[in-house]
Design a protein around this ligand. Structure first.
Ligand SMILES: [Zn+2]
Length: 82
């Protein structure tokens, strides 16, 4: 059974697609989109990965287009502390 492997845009970890959050560019804005046509960007469900992907502009790089990232997307993530 082939499980698609994707790479976290934050830490670079490779993981089964189902373990990662998927994003896509919607009208130039980064949106959490489980499935869509075209390019997706993936991260682990951990806040540090989001922060790192954000600061390194990894979302724009992964999607090959400039995207605006709403910091509220951070709410999708689990904090690593605790
Ligand atoms: Zn990660």
């Amino acid at each position: 059974m082939a499980v698609p492997i994707r790479t976290c845009a934050g830490c670079g970890r490779k993981a089964p697609r189902i373990e990662l959050l998927r994003f896509a560019a919607v009208n130039g804005v980064l949106k959490a989109v489980p499935e869509s046509r075209g390019r997706g960007a993936y991260t682990c469900a951990l806040a540090p990965c989001f922060e790192r992907a954000l600061s390194a502009k990894s979302f724009s790089r992964a999607l090959r287009t400039a995207v605006r990232v709403d910091p509220a997307l951070r709410d999708l993530y689990t904090d690593a502390d605790g």
